[in-house]
Write a protein that binds this ligand. Sequence first.
Ligand code: GAL
Length: 417
Amino acid sequence: MIIRKFAALAAGAAALTLTAGSAVAEDTVEVLHWWTSGGEASALNVLKEDLEKKGVTWQDMPVAGGGGSEAMTALRARVTAGNAPTAVQMLGFDIIDWASEGAVANLNDVAEEEGWADVVPAALQNFSKYDGNWIASPVNVHSTNWVWINKAALDAAGGKAPETWEELIAVLDKMKENGITPLAHGGQPWQDATVFEAVVLSLGNDFYKAALNDLDPEALGSDKMKEAFDRMTKLRSYVDDNFSGRDWNLASAMVIEGQGGMQMMGDWAKGEFLKAGKKPGEDFVCIRFPGTQGSVTFNSDQFVMFKVGEDKQAAQKMMASAVMNPEFQSAFNVVKGSVPARTDVSDEAFDDCGKKGMKDLAEANEAGALFGSMAHGHGAPAAVKNAINDVVTQHFNGELSSEEAVEELVNAVEAAQ
Ligand code: GAL
């Protein structure tokens, strides 16, 4: 069925190509993305090779910068110049923003023919559809409330993975005594915010939802929020002097090499460990951020097709379809560190962290404990996200006390809406 579909799409693409008489341009997709680290690039290659096998030529438009802010700035410039890329990696509310501007293509044909509605969870469909129409194909589900620990460093610190805040602090203290950087971290707003949202989640599901999804001023301005900032101050005491501006994958490398004890980061970090030949359970340990077991903050990378002319539509649909292919979703996500965006993909090919990721996601979804990641575009639109990131970063860098940060947070969120 899926093979027949590709054949039909390929024939469509070929027909369009013949009409316009330019073989290369029309079966080409120009893809804007921010997958430039070692692990990310390996995963991207799985997609690129898959498409090339199907006769679609890949034109790469990488824009480095974890979390994708730089990519989104580049996208805005391209669209403003009247030169939108064919396909764009995008997160959550950004997808909805672009759809509301009328800039994106409709994928209903391919979605209906392939039954996407039956296999894509509702939490993702909220960002793959706009006004009842499919406008994005989700390639994965990442989650952000993970900690990646160097196994030898954990063994030297007593060997028990921390399950509570107190246990986490005890392990970090021990790692400090042992002469390594306990917390490998890159001081960039989105990375600070990734840690912050895990800390907020560790103070309760209802608190996370109220503060970072519902933007409830009471939760944002609460004593609990002050506690979240106090915990950030504590975590700040475990990073090294050179943390400022460090890319996330270099922080992963510190843990991989054992100079760093642990990194608090989404599961794209696993892609770096795998790329370095490291094995879960042997070389590194993956745990949920202590106190957030059973809950998941998620983000999903989706591909959005821009309105770029009829001659490109067949290739766009082939790409959307390829992204949703179940075998591809397994092969890609095994490398990326994420889990499939479809509910019907087996966990067989996944390592233990991947299996845990799939199980945690399904269970959190069942239990009403699955929440959009604020730091990664699934909590609120970009203006709010950026406002929160700014406050979190200023506080992390010691420019605001916890009391001031709480006050600033309430004001910044209000102003950004
Ligand atoms: C996330 C994205 C991931 C990963 C990460 C770091 O926002 O969803 O795919 O690439 O940024 O770049």
